[in-house]
Design a protein around this ligand. Structure first.
Ligand SMILES: O=C(O)C1=C[C@@H](OP(=O)(O)O)[C@@H](O)[C@H](O)C1
Ligand SMILES: C=C(OP(=O)(O)O)C(=O)O
Length: 448
């Protein structure tokens, strides 16, 4: 639950070569889904590699509140004893999802088609984010919602006593909305259909199939049509969570910027709906290679090797790639500042409703460190200064946003003077070992 504590100022100083192996934690999206689907299965799901960041721990707590037994074992693995589809108990207190949009939106979906009532809240960041995108389709199942103005948390959902299946075209490219509808569809009799015009991360579809649900995905002229048959008995799974490409982005980009670096980031999930950043970096001329490509737990995985890349060039990032790298634009903008020429990022309106308005947050911090940024409602561009030419020396606000804090820490590693953030506390939501891991590679990140 970030944002409730004392701010933790952090400073990152220019550093020499980064080298070694960066074992980043488990994938956040898959970790949330492992706990939620485990709670909706009948029997014991075993999970290794679960991300133990605050966002996921808040989801674990929530699953306990809905009646599942969630335990961590001495060997670091986790068990979830599920209560079955439709088996959620009514929580006896408010569900606090901390900083996590994924957590709250997926859990709302999972409970909305059961005859129970739950009240959700979060930190100041989460309580400012739009929830109508989820509660609108949940109303079609028969759920009722009362929240703050503009569809904000805290919010109470009265689940449908007699849920009906729905057909829903997702109006924004959002895997959270898609997943909320699919999870609600689990307890509605008949077929729930979700249509997305742009493909977003497909972990829910893959994992629902893995848990034994009847689910089909078709690419049609309308878009991706996902059909789920309700009221399955979900079978418990043994899940090995791959390491998170969105966390790998930070040591990878740091290695591209810090002179002489050579870093291996092993076992990274490279699901094509997630790997857009790495494609983009390679197009810019980054020395980034995939080694030992393989499949693990139904997801493509590889070891990423990133080396210092002094000759990167700005590019236009294709808007249709946005969903596959949506959380990586902040750190991409830092790389772009170190490339030559301009990097244009369009079709990225969703960045404005994340933990912070990420275009605004990055633009302010980049400008405070001598970088030129232009922006419109759904685009922004960064004028590259060339490798090592970012002046730095500024202090950036992180706005309760882990990705903003980590992106500016990476910027300091390749700048001419140290870069500071007012609060690195939110980093613990997704990457609790960020500081020791970066230090083990040779980075100079200090508190204060
Ligand atoms: O489904 C998920 O696990 C996520 C979906 C994305 O959000 P949107 O669905 O809002 O695009 C992403 O930004 C978030 O970090 C994780
Ligand atoms: C957007 C993010 O997370 P969430 O929406 O789950 O808060 C993120 O991790 O970058």
């Amino acid at each position: 639950m970030s944002g409730h504590g004392t701010p933790i100022p952090m400073t990152s100083s220019p550093c020499g070569p980064l080298s070694g192996v960066a074992e980043v934690p488990g994938d956040k999206s898959i970790s949330h889904r492992s706990l939620i689907l485990g709670a909706m299965a009948v029997g014991e799901t075993r999970i290794t590699g679960l991300l133990e960041g605050e966002d996921v721990l808040d989801t674990a707590k929530a699953m306990r509140a809905f009646g599942a037994e969630v335990t961590k074992h001495e060997d670091g693995s986790w068990s979830v004893h599920g209560v079955g589809v439709g088996g959620f108990a009514e929580p006896d207190n408010v569900i606090d999802c901390g900083n996590s949009g994924t957590g709250v939106r997926l859990i709302m979906g999972a409970m909305a088609s059961s005859p129970i009532t739950a009240t959700f809240t979060g930190d100041a960041s989460l309580n400012g984010r739009p929830m109508a995108r989820v509660t609108d389709p949940l109303a079609l199942f028969g759920a009722q919602t009362v929240g703050r103005k503009g569809g904000r948390l805290p919010m109470t959902i009265v689940g449908a006593a007699d849920p009906v299946p729905v057909r829903y075209e997702v109006p924004v490219p959002s895997a959270q909305v898609k997943s909320a509808v699919l999870l609600a569809g689990l307890n509605a009799p008949g077929q729930t259909v979700v249509i997305e015009k742009e493909a977003t991360r497909d972990h829910s579809e893959r994992m629902l199939a893995g848990f034994g649900a009847e689910i089909t995905v078709e690419d049609t002229d309308e878009g991706r049509v996902i059909t789920l048959t309700g009221r399955p008995e979900l079978k418990p799974q043994v899940i090995a969570v791959p390491r998170d490409p969105s966390s790998a982005a930070f040591p990878v980009c740091a290695a591209l910027l810090a002179p002489g670096s050579d870093v291996l980031v092993p076992g990274i999930g490279l699901n094509p709906t997630r790997a857009g950043l790495f494609t983009t970096l390679r197009e810019m001329g980054a020395d980034l290679t995939y080694e030992n490509e393989r499949e693990e737990g139904g997801e493509p995985v590889a070891d990423l090797r990133a080396r210092y890349s002094p000759n990167m060039k700005g590019i236009e990032v294709p808007p249709e790639r946005a969903a596959s790298m949506i959380d990586e634009y902040p750190v991409l903008s830092v790389v772009a500042a170190n490339a030559t020429g301009t990097t244009m990022m369009a079709g990225v309106k969703e960045l404005r409703v994340k933990e912070s308005d990420r275009i605004d947050a990055m633009a302010r911090g980049l400008r405070a460190n001598g970088v030129t940024v232009d922006e419109g409602d759904d685009w922004w561009s960064v004028t590259g200064l060339g490798i090592g030419n970012v002046p730095g020396g500024g202090t950036c606000e992180s706005y309760l946003d882990h990705r903003i804090a980590m992106s500016f820490m990476v910027m300091g590693m390749g700048a001419q003077s140290p870069v500071s953030v007012d609060d690195g506390g939110p980093i613990a939501t997704s990457f609790p070992i960020f500081e020791p891991l970066m230090a083990s590679l040779g980075a100079k990140v200090a508190r204060g």
